[in-house]
Design a protein around this ligand. Structure first.
Ligand SMILES: O=C(O)CCC(=O)C(=O)O
Length: 260
C-alpha cells in the first residue's frame, strides 16, 4: 500500500492501540475479548501449537516471517468470491490511474478500500475515507482475527481481471501500519504466483544475492506477512498471461492516524 498515507483519524479509535505480543511471554491487552485473543495466540503460528485445525506453512528467510494456510474450503471460498464480485465497489476515474514520470496510466488492476469509520488516508494526493465495512469483508476479517488473534481496521481490495493484471514490486509503507502489526492477505479466485525479493537483491547490480521466495496464493488462502518482513522484502504479483480467470485479494491492515 505504498501509495496510501493515513493522515488523521476522526473517530474514537485514535490512540486505542493494542499491545501486540509476538514473543513467548505474557500478554497485556485491553480489549474485551482478551481471553480469546490470548488463547488464539497460543494456538496460532509463531505461538506454539495449532489447535485450530488449520495446517500452517511457516515461511522463513533472512528477515522474512510469513505463515500460510488455506483458511476457507472450496465451497465457502466460492461463496465469498461470488459475494465480493457482487458487492465491492472499486475506484473509478482519477483514482484508477497512477502517475509515473509525469504520465498518467491506468492501474493494472482494480482497487477499493474499506475500513473503520473516521479513518482517512491519502491516495494519489487526495485525502480519502475508506468505505464503511460491508458484510462479506467483515466475515473474512473476523475469520482472520479468529485464527490469528490479530485485529484490523482497514482493508485494501485488489481485483485482477486475469493474468495480465498485476502489481509491481513494492513494500507496504510502514509509517502507516501500527508498529508490530502484520498484514493479512486473503485471496479468492485464480491461483497466482507471489514473489518476495530481498531489498539488497534488487536491480541490475544487487549488493547481495538473497534467494527470491516464491509462493502460490490459492483460492481461499491466507498469507500472514509478519514483521519485520515488510522492512526487508519487496513483494509482487507478476503478470501470468496464461491465466484467464479473475482474482480478488484482500490485504487487512491495522493502520495508524498520522499526527497533524
Ligand atoms: O494481490 C496480492 O496478492 C498482493 C497485493 C499487494 O501486494 C498489496 O496489497 O500490497
Amino acid at each position: 500500500m505504498d501509495r496510501f498515507l493515513v493522515k488523521r483519524a476522526l473517530g474514537g479509535l485514535v490512540g486505542k492501540r493494542e499491545q501486540e505480543h509476538t514473543g513467548g511471554g505474557p500478554t497485556e491487552l485491553r480489549e474485551t475479548e482478551e481471553g480469546t485473543r490470548k488463547r488464539l495466540r497460543r494456538e496460532t503460528p509463531g505461538h506454539g501449537g495449532d489447535l485450530s485445525g488449520l495446517r500452517w506453512r511457516h515461511i522463513r528467510s533472512e528477515g522474512l516471517d510469513c505463515d500460510y494456510t488455506v483458511l476457507f474450503g472450496k465451497a465457502e471460498a466460492d461463496e465469498i468470491f461470488h459475494e465480493l464480485e457482487q458487492e465491492v465497489e472499486y475506484f473509478t476515474g482519477a483514482l484508477a490511474k497512477v502517475q509515473v514520470f509525469g504520465k498518467w496510466h491506468s492501474v493494472p488492476r482494480k482497487q477499493a478500500t474499506y475500513g473503520d469509520t473516521g479513518l482517512t488516508y491519502t491516495f494519489s494526493g487526495l485525502t480519502l475515507s475508506p468505505k464503511p465495512w460491508i458484510q462479506v469483508l467483515e466475515r473474512v476479517r473476523d475469520r482472520v482475527s479468529l485464527v490469528t488473534g490479530q485485529t484490523f481496521n482497514f482493508v485494501l481490495v485488489n481485483r485482477y481481471k486475469d493474468g495480465r493484471d498485476h502489481i509491481g514490486e513494492h513494500r507496504d509503507d510502514e509509517r502507516e501500519l501500527a508498529p508490530g502489526s502484520p498484514i493479512a492477505s486473503v485471496s479468492f479466485g485464480a491461483c497466482r504466483d507471489f514473489f518476495f525479493r530481498h531489498k539488497d537483491s534488487r536491480g541490475r547490480n544487487p549488493a547481495r544475492n538473497v534467494e527470491v521466495v516464491r509462493l502460490q496464493l490459492a483460492h481461499g488462502s491466507l498469507l500472514m506477512m509478519n514483521p519485520p518482513t515488510n522492512s526487508h522484502w519487496y513483494h509482487s504479483l507478476p503478470v501470468r498471461k496464461k491465466i484467464l480467470a479473475p482474482r480478488v485479494n484482500l490485504t487487512f491492515r491495522k493502520i495508524l492516524p498520522t499526527r497533524k
